[in-house]
Structure formats: structure tokens, C-alpha cells
Design a protein around this ligand. Structure first.
Ligand code: SAM
Length: 234
């Protein structure tokens, strides 16, 4: 075990398995994964190459694979990846999904490799968040999407929203900001050639379908104006 953080995660998973449980207590995908899948299809990105960063036991990786996306899942915990591989095999998805043990702050993929990077509840556990975001920007294609589902304070693992916003600002720009007084925070970022655009939204999972249509409207009107500048890009 070479990485202390990897060791901690391996132990978490092994402790849960010893209790007959799983760390993420669901095999179902996040509602946000369903939303992102629909969004990418709407963007003519059916069959896109997606990275599930910190994929854990692969619930979202498998969901995207079943939707026809070409999936790569990476996680620092080998017990979690072993479990994900077994699930992929039993779902006969092996051709759609590549799973490996690795660190999201040092991604083993070429530059401009992915159409989208998906993160559900990984960001909050990464000590060096700036390096992680830098790596995502490197492996994403110029028009790639970066989607983050994370917790809002006061969760013990939460990410400070303004810190996250500052980090993303180096590589992405805000398209949309929404704030709700409930339990989760969602970001969708888009990198557009040398003019980066990012979506930034707070809201519950249930709010996501409404957000999708509003983001769609925003992009349409913005592109029609042939300009990506907006007062949201602060
Ligand atoms: C709360 S779990 C979420 C798992 C999965 N995204 C899901 O929603 O089912 C956080 C995951 O991040 C992984 N992780 C933590 N640090 C990591 C790192 N530096 N690189 C890759 N994965 C990491 C953990 O092993 C764990 O599987």
C-alpha cells in the first residue's frame, strides 16, 4: 500500500464488507447521473467517453455504461474496484467499462481524452483539490463537461462552495448559479475551446430536471448572441 489516503479508503471498504455492507449504500445511480446522461445525449454526445472519478463500487459507472457511454472508472481503493469489476462482469458490460485503481490527482489518461468527467461525492474527500481540478482540465477535451455532485456545509466532508468556485474558475467559467436551502450542491462545468464556460448550481437532486431546461435555454440564447460573456462569469 503506497498511498496513505488509499490505505484509509481500502480500510473503510474492507470494514464495511466485513460487516456485510457496502460503503455507498445503494446500487442505484445518483439522480444527478441520470440527469447528466440525459444532458449529454441532448448535446449529441451519445456514446461519449466518460470518466467516473472516484467511482467506488461503480454504481454510476455501470449506469452510464448501460446508457451506451464508453466508461472509465478510477478509484484509489482496490477493494472497491474489485467489487465494481465483479458487478461489471455480471452485467456483461466489460466492453463498455474500463476500471482501474488510481489517484484522481494523478490521472493515468492522455490529455484531451474524455468528453465528460463525472464526480459524485469524491471532491470532498480529496485533500489536494486544486491538483484534482487541474488534472480534470487536462484530460477533458476542449468542449468537455465536468459534473460534480457534492455536499453543502455543515456536512463533515463538505466542500466550501466559494473555495470550489475559486478552484474551478482557473479552468472553467460559471454559466449558471442556483441556490436552495436543502441538502446537496451540484456543479456542471463546461470547457469551451480557449473560452471556458462552467455551470455552477446549488440545488437538491429533485431540482435537477428544472435546472437542465434552464441551462439549455441559457446556452441557446448565449450562443445565439455569439458571446459567452455574462454577469454570472465573475
Ligand atoms: C463517498 S465515495 C463515492 C463513491 C462513488 N462516486 C459513488 O457515488 O458511489 C468516495 C470515493 O472516493 C474515492 N477516493 C478518495 N480519494 C481518492 C483519490 N485521491 N483518487 C481516487 N479516488 C479517491 C474513495 O475510495 C471512495 O470510493
Amino acid at each position: 500500500m503506497s498511498h496513505p489516503s488509499g490505505y484509509r479508503w481500502n480500510q473503510f471498504y474492507l470494514d464495511e464488507y466485513a460487516k456485510g455492507k457496502e460503503l455507498v449504500h445503494s446500487k442505484e445511480p445518483d439522480k444527478f447521473a441520470v440527469w447528466v446522461s440525459e444532458y449529454l445525449k441532448q448535446e449529441n454526445l451519445s456514446g461519449a467517453m466518460i470518466l467516473d472519478a472516484g467511482c467506488g463500487e461503480g454504481r454510476n459507472t455501470i449506469f452510464f455504461g448501460k446508457q451506451g457511454f464508453r466508461m472509465h472508472g478510477i478509484d484509489i481503493s482496490s477493494p472497491a474496484i474489485d467489487k465494481a469489476k465483479k458487478r461489471v462482469q455480471s452485467d456483461t458490460l466489460t466492453e463498455m467499462v474500463d476500471l482501474r485503481v488510481g489517484d484522481v490527482t494523478n490521472l493515468p489518461y492522455d490529455d484531451n481524452f474524455f468528453d465528460a468527467v463525472y464526480d459524485s461525492f469524491t471532491m470532498e474527500f480529496i485533500p489536494n483539490k486544486e491538483q484534482y481540478v487541474k488534472e480534470v482540465a487536462r484530460v477533458l477535451k476542449p468542449q468537455g463537461f465536468y459534473s460534480i455532485l457534492t455536499s453543502i456545509p455543515p456536512s463533515k466532508h463538505s466542500v466550501n462552495p466559494s473555495h470550489l468556485r475559486r478552484m474551478l474558475k482557473k479552468d472553467f467559467r460559471v454559466l449558471l448559479t442556483e441556490r436552495q436551502s436543502n441538502t446537496s450542491m451540484t456543479f456542471v462545468a463546461e470547457r469551451v475551446l480557449d473560452c471556458y464556460v462552467w455551470y455552477f448550481a446549488y440545488g437538491s437532486n429533485l431540482y435537477i430536471p428544472q435546472m437542465l431546461s434552464r441551462v439549455g435555454e441559457w446556452r441557446t440564447s448565449n450562443r445565439a448572441a455569439q458571446g459567452l460573456e455574462t454577469d454570472l462569469q465573475r
